[in-house]
Design a protein around this ligand. Sequence first.
Ligand SMILES: N[C@@H](CCC(=O)N[C@@H](CSS)C(=O)NCC(=O)O)C(=O)O
Length: 288
Amino acid sequence: MATELEIHFSTSSSFSNFSILLPKPNIFLPFKSYTTSFSAQIMPCKLIFRQLFEKESSTYTYLLADSLHPDKPALLIDPVDRTVDRDLALVKELGLKLIYAINTHVHADHVTGSGLIKTKVPGVKSIISKASNAKADLFVEPGDNIYIGDIHLEVRATPGHTLGCITYVTGDGVDQPQPRMAFTGDALLIRGCGRTDFQGGSSDKLYDSVHSQIFTLPKDTLVYPAHDYKGFTVSTVWEEMLYNPRLSKDKETFKNIMQNLNLSYPKMIDIAVPSNMVCGLQETKSDF
Ligand SMILES: N[C@@H](CCC(=O)N[C@@H](CSS)C(=O)NCC(=O)O)C(=O)O
């Protein structure tokens, strides 16, 4: 089986990371460099990270894996049923072992791919919050950690878009990806946030969730949402605290903005919600 030489470069002045994958057996040479020249400082950079897009619902799925672990364990955050084959092909191509298919919440606009993934890759466990009341193999609560090899995601409760919304944040520690990364689902979008008009939504709760659980993270924490409708891919806690047109305001102004969004219901809501309550398997045989 082909293995990869993975070289990571990062600059001290920006948040960007990029990697070059070369076909070489079993050798990892991680570097950290500043500006254009290699520095003597060599730091392990373990994370394989990919942001994947599903265009009909404008949903982001995230692939994370520990490249230094012999098994290369991986997880997918918010997979979509329509793009499961693409995502699994990537997992295979990169030589990863998928262990978890996890959701930030019960989606209303598309069907989760986690149930379908379980039928295609035996052994994968689906994960959702206990507060969602949805079915899955494993349920997480605030303070829990999800491990893939030596990398972990911390579970933070961020209700408000739905009752059971959670944000997954990469661990706090020198051996964890730097800067930290927050997978905010629909709680915090880039220059926006999830609507609060169904599924137990509450603008009051959403404001408190984002301010207490996300805006308290280090300012350089990268914000990766579940959707973007304008072409943005990533933001930071600092940027959203300053420039989010809803959540940078005081709570009363925020509640007023949310009350007057006047959005039409997602086209797929009547199919997506019941299906996602059973891990996306309503149409096929559920194993729960
Ligand atoms: N038009 C889309 C649904 C768009 C939408 O309502 N998005 C949700 C997240 S998915 S439930 C949302 O919270 N949007 C916030 C906003 O400010 O746009 C469809 O028909 O699927």
